[in-house]
Structure formats: C-alpha cells, structure tokens
Design a protein around this ligand. Structure first.
Ligand code: AP5
Ligand code: MG
Length: 222
C-alpha cells in the first residue's frame, strides 16, 4: 500500500513554534496533529488521575516518565488508531528512548522527516514569556498578537490564559532538559538521514513555508 501523507516529527526548543507550526501543517496536509503536552494538559483539565500525575511533572518543568509517555503515544499510533496514515508529532519524541520506541511502533511505515525548528535561546525566552493559550481548544496566541476580544479565543470562545509551566523556574528547567535529553535525538535522526534543520526565526508564515518546502522535498512533492 502506498502512503501519500507525510509522517513528520517536529523538534525544537520550548517556544520554537512546534505547536504553532504543527497545527498549520496538519491543516495543510490533512494529517493528524499529536502534541503530547496538549494531550497531558487535556487529561489534567479533565481531572483524571493520570492527568493530575502528569501535571505534577509538567508544572515543575520535568519530563513525564518515558514509559507513561510511550504507552499513551503507542495507543494513538496503533494501526487503525486515531493518527491514521500521516501525522505530525509535536513534543514527541523528546528522549532517545522515546525516539527508538517510535521507530519500533511504526516499523510498517517509517518517518519521512524530522524537522528541527532552530531558534536561539534569547528569542524563545521572549516568546514563552508572552505566550497565551486557549484553555479549551489550545490555540496559541502571544501578548503581541492577542485574540480580537478580551482574551476570548477567536476560534472557540474559550478563555485565553498563561500556561502553568510558563514560569521562570519551569522554563529554565525545561530548557535544561532540552539540552541534556532532547538534543541527542537530533544526531539520531541525522544518522538515519531524515533530519532537516529549518530556521525558525521570522514571521510564522515564512517559517511555515520553509517547513513545507523541506517536507515536500523529502516526500517528492514538486
Ligand atoms: P509541550 O506542551 O510540548 O511544551 P514544550 O516542549 O515546553 O514546548 P512549547 O509548547 O513550550 O513550545 P512550542 O515549540 O510548541 O512553541 P509554540 O508554538 O507554543 O510539553 C509540556 C510538558 O509536557 C513538558 O515540559 C513535559 O513535562 C510534558 N511532556 C510533553 N511531551 C513529553 C514527552 N514526549 N516526554 C516527556 N514529557 C513530555 O510558540 C511559543 C510562542 O511563540 C507562542 O506565543 C507563539 O505565538 C509564538 N511564536 C511561534 N512562532 C513564532 C514566530 N515565528 N515568530 C514569533 N512568535 C512566534
Ligand atoms: Mg507546544
């Protein structure tokens, strides 16, 4: 069976724009968007034991343990599961263990491309400090580009708020873990020949066009 939809992993520091770009890529290619962070936040908001456990790690800027994360993602990626043929993964994998587990789960049809959205630290710090998110549909805003009316989401009317882990301490810890746990994945994907590095500085639209160009080149789209 041939596959026409891309299988994409987005890598990049916290605040690099993974969530912003993943939502647009999902719409552009008609593929599913899986953000492990969003999935955990939804479950925490629903008050499930699993969600509340995950929230403890997230609010401290720590990673949720690998076995928990892999279990959840495996359910989504299983044949016939919600992710289907093509997908964009945002925030997974973020340890070498998770990258190897992903390869194990999708052996039938491997990844097309891992896009590393490259943004310097001082820029992500500024973006994270200004980020606001709809607590209902998770649409991402920035204080410089707020919703049209009084912090009410333009898409669903939900309340637009600051994330609980966008505190100075949690941001420092998340960026530290990015360097120690997630950066090794970049080489992992480079060695497998699927890594593309895209400059993530510039207008969102410009960055989106760079990513689409990189994905299309990988999947042989003209
Ligand atoms: P997650 O929700 O994935 O958060 P994160 O990794 O900290 O990444 P961010 O969401 O902060 O950044 P982003 O790259 O998505 O940036 P965004 O598009 O929002 O994970 C949260 C937590 O869950 C983790 O800390 C961990 O505890 C746990 N977790 C999740 N996955 C896990 C896993 N696999 N293993 C273990 N634990 C896991 O953009 C940021 C801001 O910048 C926004 O305001 C946006 O409007 C703005 N912006 C975006 N692009 C541009 C641009 N081009 N120019 C100007 N501004 C821009
Ligand atoms: Mg995100």
């Amino acid at each position: 069976m041939t596959r026409t939809k891309p299988r994409v992993v987005l890598l990049g520091k916290q605040g690099a724009g993974k969530g912003t770009q993943a939502a647009r890529l999902a719409e552009h290619y008609g593929i599913a968007h899986l953000s492990t962070g969003e999935l955990f936040r939804e479950r925490a908001a629903a008050g499930t034991a699993f969600g509340l456990e995950a929230k403890r790690y997230m609010d401290a800027g720590e990673l949720v343990p690998d076995d928990i994360v892999v279990g959840v993602v495996e359910e989504c990626l299983a044949p016939g599961g919600p992710l289907g043929d093509g997908f964009v993964l945002d925030g997974f994998p973020r340890t070498l263990y998770q990258a190897r587990e992903l390869d194990r789960v999708i052996t039938d049809s491997p990844l097309d491309v891992a896009v590393n959205i490259d943004v310097p630290r001082e820029i992500v710090l500024d973006r994270l400090a200004g980020r606001r998110v709809c607590e209902q549909c998770q649409r991402v805003y920035h204080v410089n580009m707020p919703p049209a009316h009084d912090w009410t989401c333009d898409t669903c009317g939900g309340r637009v708020v600051q994330r609980d882990d966008d505190t100075e301490e949690a941001i420092d810890r998340r960026l530290e873990l990015y360097e120690t746990e997630t950066v090794p994945i970049i080489d992992y994907y480079r060695e497998r020949g699927v890594l593309v590095v895209v400059d993530g500085v510039g207008e969102g639209e410009e960055v989106f066009e760079r990513i689409v160009k990189a994905i299309d080149a990988r999947i042989g789209c003209p």
